[in-house]
Ligand binder design. Structure first.
Ligand SMILES: [Zn+2]
Ligand SMILES: [Zn+2]
Length: 107
């Protein structure tokens, strides 16, 4: 059971990140800086959007509390990677491919 972040916590985490992706996963394919962080600039209105400067507030410890200390912000690209990586031990969820589905349906 995951504890949701309040708007206040998300805003604080966003400000603490200095509006940059906090991903430092060495396996993540992001373009990193000297410290191995992604540092993609994040736009506040783009929260939960899949855009390049879109981002998500995520739990550092998945089952941990919804507090600022357990909240980090990831750009949409790193978020996608983190989701894929965290699910690698679970059954693969078929990803919807709208373009392909549409092409097949129209067949
Ligand atoms: Zn990132
Ligand atoms: Zn990353």
């Amino acid at each position: 059971m995951q504890h949701e972040f309040s708007h206040t916590v998300i805003r604080a985490a966003y400000d603490l990140s200095q509006h940059r992706c906090q991903c430092s996963d060495p396996d993540c394919p992001h373009r990193s800086d000297d410290e191995g962080r992604c540092r993609q600039i994040l736009r506040w209105p783009a929260q939960d959007e899949p855009a390049r400067d879109g981002w998500r507030a995520v739990h550092i410890e998945p089952t941990g509390p919804g507090i600022i200390g357990n909240c980090q912000v990831l750009c949409s690209r790193c978020f996608e990677y983190a989701v894929a990586a965290s699910r690698s031990t679970e059954p693969v969820v078929e990803r919807r491919r709208p373009a392909l589905a549409a092409a097949t349906a129209g067949n």
